[in-house]
Design a protein. Structure first.
Ligand code: HEM
Length: 223
């Protein structure tokens, strides 16, 4: 199947559903492994962060197990996100129209998409989330390694570990906020979740939210 289910020459009747491929099975598996890791990291991390949240450790077999698995899930997330990064970095490069899109955020939030420039595969908001996640994951893995005493105790000083704890906690709070924005936007823009579950979106969704991408897909044949 091509990226667009309607081939030139097909007889298309008004009202026929048109679907557009957006993510391969591999990309979706990669995404949901990353998402699962982040949820598990948030839960195990919060459990270790505050005595008020220590009760969460019961879900993971107690304090010691929680402490042991948290860094390993972080390693899996790092490599899994690296997979997403390799797949999507190019589509997230900043373009001239992204500045205009951001400057008209009010129109985005009030649903006046007709006043916005045509958007490629990702809009400026999605690109910002992508780059923030990328930076924060690098900060989290590097600060995490500094305090992973089970394997790297001797390589860093107490002073460095103290700074790492602070940086790691701050980055974790920020990435949880970024993740909430990501999930909220995915639910708020109706039809988006299907992109990551079924791998497809409707032609209407693509035309409305990512018209430039749709035009590129059909090689400028869409009128
Ligand atoms: C668990 C809840 C999550 C949900 C419901 C969710 C949902 C989605 C959806 C629907 C898309 C497709 C958006 C589109 O094609 O326009 C998407 C894309 C994406 N998601 Fe998630 N996601 C979740 C968690 C995560 C996490 C934890 C990460 C990374 C740490 C992540 C990274 C990405 C990336 C990189 C993309 C591609 C968009 C881009 O490159 O700008 N997602 N997500």
């Amino acid at each position: 199947m091509t990226a667009y289910d309607v081939e030139p020459g097909d007889s298309v009747h008004p009202g026929d559903p048109v679907t557009v491929d957006r993510y391969t099975t591999g990309a979706r598996a990669n995404h949901w492994i990353t998402a699962t890791c982040l949820v598990l990291l948030a839960l195990t991390g919060l459990a270790l962060f505050s005595p008020w949240l220590y009760f969460i450790t019961a879900m993971f077999g107690g304090g010691q197990t929680t402490r042991a698995i948290h860094p390993w899930i972080g390693v899996v997330l790092f490599f899994s996100f690296a997979g997403l990064f390799i797949r999507f970095w190019r589509a997230n490069l900043w373009k001239a129209e992204d500045g205009t899109w951001l400057a008209r955020l009010r129109d985005v939030l009030t649903g006046h998409e007709e006043r916005l420039p045509e958007v490629g595969k990702y809009n400026a908001g999605q690109k910002a989330v992508f780059w923030l996640m990328s930076i924060l994951i690098i900060v989290l893995i590097s600060s995490g390694l500094v305090m992973w005493d089970q394997y790297f105790y001797g390589y860093t000083t107490i002073e460095q570990k103290r700074i790492a704890v602070l940086v790691h906690s701050a980055a974790a709070v920020i990435i949880i906020c970024v993740w909430i924005v990501h999930v909220y936007a995915a639910i708020w823009v109706r039809g988006t979740i299907g992109a990551m579950t079924r791998g497809q979106v409707t032609g209407g969704w693509a035309w409305r939210h990512h018209r430039k991408w749709l035009r590129e897909l059909v090689g400028g044949k869409t009128s």
